[in-house]
Structures are given as structure tokens and as C-alpha cells.
Design a protein around this ligand. Structure first.
Ligand code: KG4
Ligand code: ZN
Length: 350
């Protein structure tokens, strides 16, 4: 019998994503983003995001089905991000998923957004090597994970103790007068700059941090250092070399992320590293991870950029893994959990 077709729905932040996946094959997908509506506020406004999800959800489901050349009757199971994320935004996706599951009388699976980011890569490179170390870097999260089984066994080794990497990108970009979300703008500037021009701090990398925070991250001090450096230049009446600031800031972020990820691989004797989340689109991070993994004999898996940022395909992909393991579905009482822990990969019925 062929593998089931899973419809995945993502609505945890500002992207409404829907996709259809069979096994590790992406059959079709569609994405609607409300990012333009948040630009003037300099960050995602939860109420605006929820409203946009509500308007986009049905057309996005229809477009994903069209893209796959399928109808609703072809869907065998539904998976949906039930956390972590913005409560109101999550609620739209979960409500839509429940409605589809109920109308079709098909099983519903609430899944974890962070694990879905890790799982996205199966659509590009096939089943994950297990165990694997996964580094998840997005606007809301920076986590280092030990993945023994993507559907059942994910352990957090460390996380950011303040800002997420993407959040630091967005805040620094704002100070430099770049539009929101700033990551990709800083990335473009950085490509014209010298990453060794300014030595910005590397958070939680000193010898005394190794006891308690070996696999944790901190980007707030780095962000403050960049702001101070820029303000000092301005006070001194000097030009701010945006390219060099962007390149040196990006180098500091990529340096810490890759060093800690490789340290985790070596500590756990694992030769596979998986990177996911929106910041994975970053040029320096991709390059540095590639070079350092090659030097350490670690095989690196990085999905294509459109699978790194929030999308429905990753949710359908994780749903397909959960279905494949024969795990218990959620039921129509499935709620949302803004701070769903990464160790809870899916949310079975209580
Ligand atoms: O995973 P994602 O799409 O959404 C969240 O779940 O947060 O990640 C969005 C984050 C934003 O902070 C954005 O500035 C950052 O990813 N980002 C980048 C790049 N492209 C997106 N950061 C650095 N370099 C990039 N090229
Ligand atoms: Zn995300």
C-alpha cells in the first residue's frame, strides 16, 4: 500500500503555510505571508498576524491542493503546528486543521514547530540520519538538539538565554536603519564587508561558561556591543561602515553557532549535523558551517532556503514521520501551546 498523504498546516508566526507530503516527498505547497503588514511596526504584531491567517487559511489550503493536483478526498491525515508560537496565530491553523479532520473523518496530529523545522530537510535529502545533532536558528529560537528519533525522541542540549539569533539580526538591522525583518538585508551588506574588521564579543564561549552554558547561546551582549560601536562612531563624527559592521556581526553569530554545534557533535560522538530555521538562509553561517564540518569530519545537512523559513511542508513532513511510526493521533480537543517544549514532538489525545 502506498504511504498516506499528509496535509500540513503552519500558522505559528507570520506565514500561513500549507503543504501535502507523502513519505518524504513534497507533493505540493502554498505560502501566504503577512510580513509586509508588520514592516511599519518593526516586528510581528500578534493580532495583525492572526487576522491575516484567518483571511489566508482557506485560499492557501486550496492552492496547496491545486499545486499537488489533489482534492481533499485524497488526504489521509492532517498535521498542524500546535506550538510553540503566537497563541492567536496558532489557534487559526489548529482550528482549520480540526475542521478539515472532522469533515474528512481523518486523523489529526498536533506537532511541534521546532521539530518540524528540523524535519524539513527530509524533503530535500531523505530520512534523517539518527542520531543527529540539530541546530535550530530562527527569529524566535536558537536551540541545539540531540535527535535520536525525529518523531519520538528529541532532547534539548542548549538554547539561547536571551535573544534568539534571528531576533538579534532583526534588532541590529533596525539600529542600522534597515527594514524588518533585517536578517536578509544584513546578509546582503555583509557580503560586501570585511568579517574581521571589528572584533565583536562571542557570548557564552569563555572557559568559565563551559560548566553551566556549554551548549547555550547569548546574543544580547553582542547586539549591545554593535549598538555601542555604531553610536560611538556617530558621536565621533565618523562614517559608520555598514558593510563591515554587518560582516563582523554576522561572523560573530556564525562563529558561536557553528563552534557550539560542532562541540556538541564531538561531545556526543555524532558525525551528523542538521541545520534549520530562518537564519539558516544566512550566507556566512552556511559557509562557515560547511568549512568547519568538513574540517571536523562531520557531514552537514542544510535544506534549501525556502524550506528553512516557516512553511507548511515541514509540518506535513513531520506529520508523515509521526504517522509512519504509528503514533497516537490528537483529537478535536487539541489546544495550542505557545511554549510547547521541544521534547514534545507531537501532542497525542489526553
Ligand atoms: O524560521 P523563521 O522564518 O521564523 C521563525 O520561526 O522565527 O525565521 C525568521 C528569522 C528572522 O529573524 C530573519 O531576520 C532571519 O530569520 N533571517 C536571516 C536571513 N534570512 C532570514 N537571518 C540572517 N541572514 C539571512 N539571510
Ligand atoms: Zn520557525
Amino acid at each position: 500500500m502506498s504511504q498516506p498523504v499528509v496535509l500540513g498546516i503552519e500558522s505559528s508566526c507570520d506565514e500561513t503555510g500549507v503543504a501535502l507530503v507523502r513519505g518524504t516527498t513534497l507533493l505540493g505547497d502554498s505560502l501566504a505571508s503577512s510580513v509586509d503588514e508588520h514592516v511599519r511596526f518593526g516586528g510581528v504584531v500578534p493580532e495583525v498576524a492572526s487576522r491575516a491567517h484567518l483571511e489566508a487559511i482557506i485560499p492557501t489550503i486550496e492552492r496547496a491542493l491545486d499545486d499537488a493536483g489533489l482534492g481533499l478526498s485524497d488526504v489521509d491525515a492532517i498535521s498542524v503546528t500546535s506550538g510553540p508560537g503566537l497563541a492567536g496565530a496558532l489557534m487559526v491553523g489548529v482550528s482549520a486543521a480540526k475542521a478539515v479532520a472532522w469533515a474528512l473523518d481523518k486523523p489529526l496530529y498536533g506537532v511541534n514547530h521546532l521539530c518540524a523545522h528540523v524535519c524539513a530537510d527530509v524533503l530535500d535529502h531523505g530520512p534523517l540520519p539518527e542520531p543527529t545533532i540539530a541546530l535550530l536558528v530562527s527569529g524566535g529560537h536558537t536551540d541545539l538538539l540531540l535527535v535520536r528519533d525525529i518523531a519520538t525522541d528529541v532532547t534539548a542540549l542548549g538554547r539561547t538565554i536571551d535573544d534568539a539569533a534571528g531576533e538579534a539580526y532583526d534588532k541590529v538591522a533596525r539600529v542600522l536603519g534597515l527594514p524588518y525583518p533585517g536578517g536578509k538585508h544584513l546578509d546582503l551588506l555583509a557580503q560586501q564587508g570585511d568579517p574581521t574588521a571589528i572584533r565583536f564579543p562571542r557570548g557564552l564561549t569563555s572557559a568559565r561558561d563551559m560548566d553551566k552554558h556549554r551548549f547555550d547561546f547569548s546574543f544580547s551582549g553582542l547586539k549591545t556591543a554593535v549598538v555601542r560601536w555604531v553610536q560611538q562612531r556617530q558621536q565621533d563624527g565618523l562614517d559608520v561602515p555598514l558593510n563591515d559592521v554587518a560582516a563582523s556581526f554576522s561572523a560573530a553569530v556564525a562563529d558561536v553557532l557553528t563552534a557550539k554545534a560542532i562541540d556538541a557533535c564531538q561531545e556526543y560522538g555524532i558525525n551528523d549535523l542538521q541545520i534549520g530555521g530562518g537564519v539558516t538562509a544566512n550566507t556566512q553561517l552556511r559557509e562557515m558551517a560547511g568549512e568547519r564540518c568538513a574540517a571536523a569530519g562531520i557531514s552537514l545537512r542544510v535544506p534549501q532556503v525556502r524550506l528553512c523559513t516557516d512553511n507548511g511542508a515541514m509540518v506535513a513532513a513531520l506529520g508523515a514521520q509521526v504517522v509512519d511510526r504509528g503514533l497516537a493521533p490528537s483529537d478535536l480537543r487539541l489546544g495550542t501551546d505557545s511554549s510547547l517544549p521541544v521534547s514534545q514532538v507531537h501532542v497525542p489525545a489526553r
